[in-house]
Design a protein. Structure first.
Length: 109
């Protein structure tokens, strides 16, 4: 599923679609880098949004879109069990996502 668009043109702004696509791809890269820097740690979309955009310039929905696309591409893992949920910014239980830790096995002796 690597052919997913980065940006979804829901406002029919075809004139600037390349610019928006590039921004969304860049956001995907930043979010993936954040998860890679914290392998195995679970985060809600709001936690990623607050860490990467503390001034709230970008809408949280674009972070949710990016995390969903990265999950569909197999780069992030969506944790859906109750034990993995965290309280979100609106006081509701939120799912979390992780970047899988690489398991390496070395020689014992």
């Amino acid at each position: 599923m690597t052919d997913l668009p980065h940006y979804y043109d829901t406002t029919n702004e075809l004139v600037r679609i390349d610019e928006y696509e590039e921004k969304a791809a860049s956001q995907n890269d930043r979010i993936l880098a954040f998860f890679k820097a914290h392998p195995g740690q679970a985060f809600t979309p709001a936690e990623v949004w607050k860490a990467l955009d503390p001034d709230g310039i970008s809408p949280i929905t674009s972070y949710r879109r990016s995390i969903t696309n990265l999950t569909k591409r197999g780069l992030l893992i969506h944790l859906k069990e109750e034990k993995d949920k965290k309280n979100g910014i609106y006081g509701r239980s939120n799912d979390t996502w992780i970047y899988p830790m690489e398991v390496t096995q070395g020689k014992l002796f």
